[in-house]
Design a protein around this ligand. Structure first.
Ligand code: CA
Length: 344
C-alpha cells in the first residue's frame, strides 16, 4: 500500500512536466499536397498527403473566366499544364496563359504534370515525378477538392484540415472578379466559417486579409509575409512594414497567425556560412500571441545557410518552435516530430 502511494505521488509529480511537454505540438501542412511525389495540386497528390497523416492540406485558389474557383498555384497555366500546346496564341503580352482568361471547360481539357520551366521544358525539381503528359491528371475545382477532403474525413473518421490561400486578390478585383467573396462563400457553404474551424485562410495581400473579416470570415486567418510581396500587385513596401515589430503588432489586430517565409526567420549570411536569427521579429510575434507558421521546407532544396535536414528541423522545432510548417515533404516532418516526441 505504502509503495503504491509513493508511486502515485511520483507519477502525480510528473504530470505537470508531461502536460507541459505535450503543449507544444507543431502542425504540419502539406504544401500543394504531397507535391514532392506527385504533380502539385492534383487530387492524387492531395489523397497521398491525406494518407501521410498531415494536419492540413493546402489549396491555392484562382478564378476561371466563368467564375469557378480552381486549385492552382500560379495565376497562369504554362508551368504545370500543356496549355501552350492546346491553346497556342491565348497568352497575354507577357507570354503567360492566365487562368482567368480560360473557362473551366478549357482548363479541364488540360493535362497537369510536374512543374517545369516553360522556356526549356526542364523539370524544376530534377529528382521528382517525371514531366510527362501521358497520365490523365487534371486541375481540380475547389469544390471537388473540398468534397474529397470531407469524403476522406467521413470514410476514415479523421478530421484533417484545409489551409486555403487566395491568390492575388487585388489582381482578381482589377479583372472584375471578387475572389475573396467567392472563397468565403464556398467555405461557408462547406461548413468551415466557424471560429474553431479546421480551416485556415491565408493571404499575402494585407488589405484582403483585413477585408476577409469585413466579408464575414470568422475562422483562423493567416497573414503571409515575404519581402517581395505579391507578383501582380506591387506591395513590397507593405511587406517590409509587416516584417517590423510595428507591422507585426498591427497585423495581430486582425490575423491569428503570422506566416513569414522561412528566410525571414533564419536570415542566411551572404557568404553562405550559416544564418542569423532575427530575435526581435520572433519576440514581436510571440508578444502579440499570434501563432507562428512558416514555409516552405523542401528536402531536395535545403534553405541557404543550412547543411542538413536535421539542422533545419532542429532550428524550426527546437530553437524557434514554430507552431506550423508547410512542406513539400510533409512526411519528413512527421518522421522527425514523432522521433522527437512532438507528435503521436
Ligand atoms: Ca500557397
Amino acid at each position: 500500500m505504502m509503495k503504491k502511494t509513493v508511486l502515485a505521488a511520483i507519477l502525480l509529480s510528473c504530470i505537470p512536466a508531461l502536460a507541459l511537454a505535450q503543449d507544444y505540438r507543431p502542425g504540419v501542412a502539406a504544401h500543394r499536397g504531397a507535391s514532392a511525389y506527385l504533380p502539385e495540386h492534383t487530387l492524387e497528390a492531395k489523397a497521398m498527403a491525406y494518407a501521410m497523416g498531415v494536419d492540413y492540406i493546402e489549396q491555392d485558389l484562382v478564378l476561371t473566366k466563368d467564375d469557378v474557383l480552381v486549385v492552382l498555384h500560379d495565376h497562369s497555366l504554362e508551368t504545370t499544364t500543356d496549355v501552350a500546346k492546346k491553346f497556342p496564341g491565348r497568352n497575354r503580352a507577357d507570354g503567360s496563359y492566365y487562368a482567368i482568361d480560360f473557362t473551366l471547360a478549357e482548363i479541364k481539357s488540360l493535362i497537369v504534370t510536374e512543374r517545369f520551366d516553360a522556356k526549356t521544358g526542364e523539370a524544376v525539381f530534377k529528382g521528382r515525378f517525371p514531366v510527362s503528359f501521358d497520365i490523365d491528371y487534371r486541375v481540380p475545382t475547389f469544390e471537388e477538392e473540398l468534397q474529397q477532403v470531407q469524403g476522406l474525413n467521413k470514410a476514415t473518421g479523421n478530421d484533417i484540415g484545409i489551409y486555403v490561400e487566395v491568390k492575388e486578390p487585388a489582381f482578381h478585383d482589377r479583372e472584375g472578379k471578387p475572389i475573396m467573396k467567392a472563397v468565403i462563400d464556398m467555405l461557408t457553404k462547406y461548413g468551415y466559417n466557424k471560429k474553431d474551424s479546421n480551416c485556415i485562410l491565408q493571404i499575402f495581400d494585407y488589405p484582403a486579409v483585413k477585408q476577409s473579416r469585413e466579408l464575414g470570415w470568422v475562422g483562423p486567418l493567416a497573414m503571409l509575409v515575404d519581402g517581395d510581396g505579391q507578383l501582380l500587385t506591387d506591395d513590397k513596401d507593405v511587406h517590409k512594414f509587416l516584417l517590423t515589430p510595428e507591422g507585426i503588432k498591427e497585423v495581430s489586430q486582425v490575423a491569428d497567425i503570422y506566416a513569414p517565409w522561412f528566410g525571414h526567420l533564419a536570415e542566411a549570411k551572404a557568404d553562405g556560412s550559416g544564418y542569423t536569427i532575427p530575435e526581435e521579429r520572433i519576440k514581436a510575434v510571440r508578444d502579440t500571441g499570434m501563432k507562428l507558421h512558416s514555409w516552405t521546407y523542401r528536402a531536395d532544396a535545403l534553405p541557404k545557410g543550412f547543411k542538413s535536414e536535421d539542422e533545419v528541423m532542429d532550428f524550426l522545432f527546437k530553437t524557434i518552435k514554430v507552431d506550423g510548417m508547410f512542406s513539400d515533404h510533409a512526411d519528413h516532418l512527421i518522421v522527425y516530430l514523432k522521433k522527437n516526441g512532438l507528435r503521436d
